[in-house]
Design a protein around this ligand. Structure first.
Ligand code: UD1
Ligand code: CA
Length: 457
């Protein structure tokens, strides 16, 4: 097998996006589009990747990290000129080079692999990935001769009326013989409607040198969508969303309304999970079998164990055990660890807190920086007073404790095992095991006083 390389074009500003954010950093399903491209190219087995950066070079590099090498294109003089920037890294290497635009986030690893395979099997010097677009406006058209062989690619802006009627388009993805690519690029000129050095001209140049040039046509035009503006961005989002959702459904996940369910690629979902409408599930999230998610929940970087229910809630960077019941309207903030069979109810915020097995925080509480044992009942309206304006302090609530409603637990403080906190208490001292702590004003009743006031009015 010959060596394989990839060049990703990501130096453009993306003028048509009308954005301060560089085009290839616009997210599709929550991830910069260029990251999807690199991920799929690498998954197709191409290890040496060179990304051409220019506009927003630093930010683009920061996003991609060490997944790629970089070459700087200081001035954006066209896609051909962009590829030339990779010459220093790739010249004199023999093998196959895949060139991909950073704005085609939907092309799959299977397609990259099939393209390379076709190119190498045919012994071609250049292979262009093409598709037939119902509306090819804006794309480069693939011009074939009477025998059906590819002759050249003409950009929309340079095309004649009859060429514009061609539906087969250049997806912007190619395979080249590496050495011939850089040789041919030396002959590309900028005499065209946009005054740019077009990569697409390499096809005609090689053809004129009687080199073998071919096209690899894929039937699914959705896959090759190039994102040039926000209309296409929304289309890309929709296509990727649908693709991910269909894969989960085929694997045994019920998605009630796939149009209203956003699952980032890479999220792992077990069998018989049910996802109700309005959910956004992203990052490094795993949802185990039979969990019920949503409606309207946002889950990021969480491990959610089997049979757990999360309704109308937000959870991030946390671990949630088996048969846990969360929501409606719960906020699980980072570094929380909710053990099996716990219940976290409505209008409860949990932060950096462990909730032990079978414990309940059912309503209207803030529990932050706390370590809550098992079988604990935290009454409605309980607050861990964890912050003095400068430092955060820990609250410990030991197993089997019962915290009455509307209590303030002023940290650092420990509520002992099996103890009671009377409703309305402000606890400032540790409560021993099995004790009852009462920390509130005593009630006094003034007989007949209400009537006296009413008479006065
Ligand atoms: C390009 C193709 C067109 C194809 C379409 C597919 C050319 C001349 N045209 O057109 O045939 O149908 O993609 O989506 O190749 N870039 C650079 N440096 C530059 C110019 C562009 O890095 O100097 C990068 C951009 O950041 C972008 C990619 O190359 O990621 C494509 O550029 P873009 O301007 O979007 O090309 P299209 O007009 O879409
Ligand atoms: Ca484009």
């Amino acid at each position: 097998m010959s060596e394989r390389f990839a060049v990703i074009l990501a130096a453009g500003q993306g003028t048509r996006m009308k954005s301060k954010l560089y085009k290839v950093l616009h997210p599709v399903m929550g991830r910069p589009m260029v990251k999807h491209v690199i991920e799929q190219v690498k998954a197709a087995g191409i290890r040496e990747v060179v990304t051409i950066v220019g506009h927003g070079a630093e930010q683009v590099k920061e996003n991609i990290g060490d997944e790629s090498k970089y070459a700087l294109q200081e001035e954006q003089l066209g896609t051909g000129h962009a590829v030339v920037q990779a010459e220093e890294i790739l010249k004199n290497k023999s093998g196959t080079t895949v060139v991909v635009c950073g704005d085609t986030p939907l092309i799959t690893k299977e397609t990259y692999a099939a393209l390379v395979e076709h190119h190498e099997r045919e012994g071609s010097k250049a292979t262009v990935l093409t598709t037939e677009m119902p509306d090819p406006t804006g794309y480069g058209r693939v011009i074939r001769n009477a025998d059906g062989d590819v002759e050249r690619i003409v950009e929309h802006k340079d095309a004649s009326e009859s060429e514009k009627r061609v539906k087969e388009i250049n997806t912007g993805t190619f395979c080249f013989d590496n050495e011939m690519l850089f040789q041919a690029l030396q002959n590309v000129s900028n005499e065209n409607a946009q005054g740019e050095y077009y990569l697409t001209d390499v096809i005609e140049i090689l053809k004129n040198q009687s080199r073998k040039v071919s096209a690899f046509l894929i039937p699914d035009a959705n896959e090759t969508l190039g994102v040039n503006d926000r209309v296409a961005l929304a289309q890309a989002e929709k296509i990727m969303k649908q693709r991910v959702n269909e894969q989960h459904m085929r694997n045994g996940v019920t998605i009630i309304d796939p149009d209203q369910t956003y699952i980032q690629p890479g999220v792992v979902i077990g069998q018989d999970v049910v996802i109700h409408p309005g959910c956004v599930i992203s990052g490094d999230t795993v949802i185990e079998s039979n969990a019920v998610i949503g409606p309207n929940s946002e889950i990021t970087n969480c491990y959610v164990d089997a049979y757990t229910t999360i309704r109308h809630s937000v959870a991030a960077d946390s671990k949630i055990g088996k048969r846990v019941n969360i929501g409606p309207y719960t906020h699980i903030r980072p570094a929380s660890d909710i053990h099996d069979e716990a219940k976290i109810g409505n209008f409860v915020e949990i932060k950096k807190t462990t909730i032990g097995e079978n414990s309940k925080v059912s309503h209207l509480s803030y529990i932050g920086d706390a370590d809550v044992g098992s079988n604990v009942n935290v009454g409605c309206g309980t607050i861990t007073v964890n912050y003095d304006g400068k430092n955060k302090f820990l609250t410990t609530i030991e197993d089997d404790a019962f915290v009455g409603c509307n209590s303030n637990l002023i940290a650092p403080v420990t509520i002992g095992k099996g103890s009671y906190v009377a409703a309305g208490s402000t606890i400032t001292k540790d409560v021993p095991d099995d004790a009852l702590a009462v920390a509130r004003g005593r009630q006094s009743n003034k007989e007949g006083y209400a009537t006296k006031i009413k008479n006065r009015l």
